[in-house]
Design a protein around this ligand. Structure first.
Ligand SMILES: Cc1cc2nc3c(=O)[nH]c(=O)nc-3n(C[C@H](O)[C@H](O)[C@H](O)COP(=O)(O)O)c2cc1C
Length: 178
């Protein structure tokens, strides 16, 4: 049976090395449109994205994550996924809301043949404070928002093997009872 979405999701792999080719601004905009269609709890739409292309700023963002933050160096675009946590109604599901939007971004990148990787920020440490606090200070994110993760994007500089049916953990699927 045709399964165009699976054809996309199986090709999406984390890409952590990037080539030199510039990602078109128009492509970034299309990817953002996809992320803005992601479902959010109660339809609150609490997820806000900061698109960073300045390489110096990208290096500074990477430095806000003590372990592994430098992996974003070389990415042409880094999308900082922030979620409004100020209101109780929004705070309850902020991780889910941010995660779904991020997953959409990862798939959108693959659709355009770009490499992308989720780089985690929540509960990670920077030099002095948490990575979240340091990134918010660096990028002027107002109080009441948290940074969940980054999505680093660029021309693929490595080509991880697409998933095939044989890779799927079918044993994780249960019918009627666990
Ligand atoms: C919640 C979450 C956090 C992740 N954090 C990182 C990270 O900080 N750095 C990184 O290189 N990859 C990170 N990843 C990517 C995973 O390592 C990757 O998805 C996993 O190894 C499976 O490989 P695949 O993406 O190629 O299918 C994260 C993924 C998720 C969903």
């Amino acid at each position: 049976m045709e399964n165009r979405l699976y054809e996309l999701t199986r090709k999406r792999r984390s890409v952590r090395r990037y080539g030199q080719r510039r990602v078109d601004d128009a492509v970034v905009q299309e990817m953002i449109k996809v992320a803005l269609t992601a479902p959010t709890s109660f339809g609150h739409k609490p997820v806000e994205f900061i698109i960073v292309r300045n390489q110096e700023t990208i290096r500074k963002i990477g430095a806000c994550k003590r372990m592994g933050g430098s992996q974003i160096n070389g990415a042409d675009v880094v999308i900082v996924v922030t979620v409004k946590t100020a209101d109780r109604g929004q705070a309850e599901f902020w991780i889910e809301d941010g995660a779904i939007a991020s997953a959409y971004l990862l798939l959108a990148a693959e659709q355009y043949g770009l490499g992308a990787c989720w780089v985690h920020i929540r509960n990670r440490m920077g030099r002095q404070k948490t990575s979240d606090e340091e990134i918010r200070a660096l990028l002027g994110v107002p109080d009441g928002y948290s940074v969940l993760n980054l999505v680093a994007i660029g021309e693929k500089g490595e080509s991880p093997r697409p998933y095939s049916d044989a890779d799927l953990h079918m044993e994780n699927v249960h019918y009627e009872k666990f």
